[in-house]
Each structure stands twice: as C-alpha cells, then as structure tokens.
Design a protein around this ligand. Structure first.
Ligand code: ZN
Ligand code: FE
Length: 264
C-alpha cells in the first residue's frame, strides 16, 4: 500500500457523528469533512496550530453542516458542496465556495479528490474520493455493515449509489458519517446469520466499541464481504428474505424496508 501523504484525524460530535480533519503536510493544506458543529473543530485546529482551507460537505443535514457559518467566519475556509445543496445550507457564498457534481476533480494541496454523486439519503448527497490516498468520505450513504435511510431518494437511486461506492478499488478506506456499527451488526446477523466473515467482524467491532474506539474506517473489500446492503445477490440473504428470484434492487429495497422497522 502506498504511504499516503494525506493525514486523517477522526473527531466525534454529538452522540455518534464523525467529523474528519484532513491535512496535507506538503503544502500545509487543511480541511474538514462534515462539521456538524464548529467549536470542537476550532478547538482541535488551535491545538494543532492549523488554519482551515476547505470544508467538504457530503449533504445538507444540520448534523453535518451546522458548523459551517462559524467556521467560515473564523477561518475563511471555502466550502465544497453539491450543486443540488446550494440554497439548502446556511452561509454559503458562491463568490468563494465551490459547487460540484459527478466526476469533478479538485486539488487538495498536493493530492486530489473526485466527486461522486450518491443520491438516496438526500437528493444532493455526494461522496469525496481521494484515489491516490485510497480513501473515500461517504457521509450518510454507506455505513459499516449498513447504509443511510432513504429520506429523499428511491431504492433504485440508493442501490445505484451504493454500487458506485462498491466498485471503488477494494483497498479503499471508507470514512462514514456516523457510528452505527453495532446496531447495524444486529440486523446484518439477522439476515445473514451464517456468514463467518460477518461474525468475525462483529466480534472485532464489539471489542473496539468496548474500548470506546471508532469502527471507521472500514474498507470496500470488508463491506463487500459483510454488509448485507451490498450483498443482495447473496443466495443466503435472498433465502432469509424469501426473495430467491427477485432482482438485486428488489432485494435491496426489502432489506432497507426491514431495517427501518428492525428492533434488534
Ligand atoms: Zn444525514
Ligand atoms: Fe447524519
């Protein structure tokens, strides 16, 4: 694996939100992904003696965007957000901020990232993929062993978005917007109980959480083996749902529907 020049630090906000601080030491470029609140981000930047150049926003929900007005005012950072979210987020200034969509490539100091449109959780949801760093920031689209709720999209859209993430190189590290892993594991085991890799990963995640450690990042390869929402083709999952002959998207839709009502 190449040694990545991009440093990624995990901050926890509220109950279970993850905020990611990014730092590219070659140029001293500093960024943050999904700052739901400003104060913890500012406090950590002060500790590190860093400013803030970029705010990367995956989607407009307040638990991801709430810190933007204060961070912009205090640091002058520029916001990168989906074209579709302009007008849905406070304190955006199109004179300096950058609206993006599928396939746009932007520089982050000496590294670069690509924007992926991943609608489903919201209609303007994007992911930020750093191919050279083997890292992707997925917000509330893909979680460890789970996926986001469909607030503004159809199962078809979400399935297409998840398929796009699943097609990234297998070693890609996946940085999710929330720590929902243990709840997701209970559902995953209910629909895919005989998956040895899922059992093994669940034990690993339980140990991490018992020590208060995050279960992120995961990888594309691990999710392909363990996340039921990426495995609707799997015969055992289909059998568990009674959907042997259905299409992948129909199986996905049924998984999402059952998870919404699941009390594990
Ligand atoms: Zn959200
Ligand atoms: Fe969220």
């Amino acid at each position: 694996m190449p040694t990545s020049p991009l440093q990624i630090e995990i901050l926890t906000l509220f109950e279970d939100n993850y905020v990611y601080l990014l730092f590219e030491p070659g140029t001293g470029t500093s960024g943050v992904v999904d700052p739901g609140a400003a104060e913890p981000v500012l406090a950590r930047l002060t500790e590190l003696g860093r400013g803030l150049d970029w705010i990367l926003l995956t989607h407009h929900h307040a638990d991801h965007s709430g810190g933007i007005p204060v961070l912009r005012r205090e640091t002058g950072a520029r916001v990168v957000l989906s074209k579709k979210d302009v007008g849905r987020v406070p304190a955006i200034d199109m004179a300096v901020d950058v609206e993006v969509g599928e396939g746009d490539r932007l520089a982050f100091g000496d590294v670069s990232f690509e924007v992926l449109d991943v609608p489903g959780h919201t209609r303007g949801h994007v992911a930020f993929w750093f191919p050279g760093e083997e890292a992707v920031f997925v917000g509330d689209t893909l979680f460890v062993l789970g996926c986001g709720r469909l607030f503004e999209g159809t199962p078809e859209e979400m399935w297409r978005s998840l398929s796009k993430l699943a097609a990234l190189p297998p070693a890609t590290r996946v940085y999710c917007g929330h720590e929902y892993t243990l709840a997701n594991a209970r559902f995953a085991l209910a629909v895919d109980p005989d998956n040895p890799r899922l059992r093994e990963r669940t034990a690993h995640y339980e140990a991490l959480r018992a020590e208060g450690r995050p279960t992120v990042p995961t990888t594309v390869a691990t999710e392909l083996e363990t996340n039921p929402f990426l495995r609707p083709h799997d015969p055992a999952i289909r059998r568990a749902l009674g959907l042997e002959g259905a299409s992948d998207v129909a199986v996905f839709a049924e998984l999402r529907r059952r998870k919404d009502g699941f009390r594990g």
